[in-house]
Design a protein around this ligand. Structure first.
Ligand code: MN
Length: 132
């Protein structure tokens, strides 16, 4: 017997962190909120001119750009532009960040091969930056 399919909808409740101004997110598939394991996903929005700074983590990750214009930040200072419809595959331990370079909100979905987002240990270039 297969487990039940679950549907979650975007809510008006966004999470924020003082360390990351201009960013808000919500967990969509995350063990504990969904009856799920081995995969997790959520929505992140970034205001114009703001960024999720350069960081890495052991887990590979996918970004699916749903709205807006962005620059993918990389360790070597390289920056590639991203727009609606682009999908970014980020190998484990690869340095990456994302900056909203458009006039409106940047919205994208992240996917991790983990039970929960909380399991992912973020290591920022700016070591003073922590998410908790
Ligand atoms: Mn990441």
């Amino acid at each position: 017997m297969a487990a039940a399919i679950q549907i979650r909808s975007t809510s008006a409740q966004w999470q924020t962190a003082e360390a990351l101004p201009g960013l808000r997110w919500q967990f969509m598939v995350n063990q504990g909120e969904t009856d799920s394991h081995g995969i997790s996903t959520g929505f992140l929005q970034i205001d114009p001119g703001h960024e999720l700074p350069l960081h890495h983590h052991e887990e590979q990750e996918i970004y699916l750009i749903t709205t807006g214009q962005a620059t993918l930040l990389e360790w070597d200072g390289q920056s590639r532009s991203l727009q609606q419809g682009d999908v970014v595959y980020i190998p484990g331990n690869a340095w990456h960040g994302i900056r909203n370079t458009g006039q409106g909100t940047l919205a994208f979905t992240w996917v991790f091969p983990t039970d929960t987002w909380q399991q992912v240990e973020y290591l920022f270039e700016n070591t003073a930056l922590t998410l908790d």
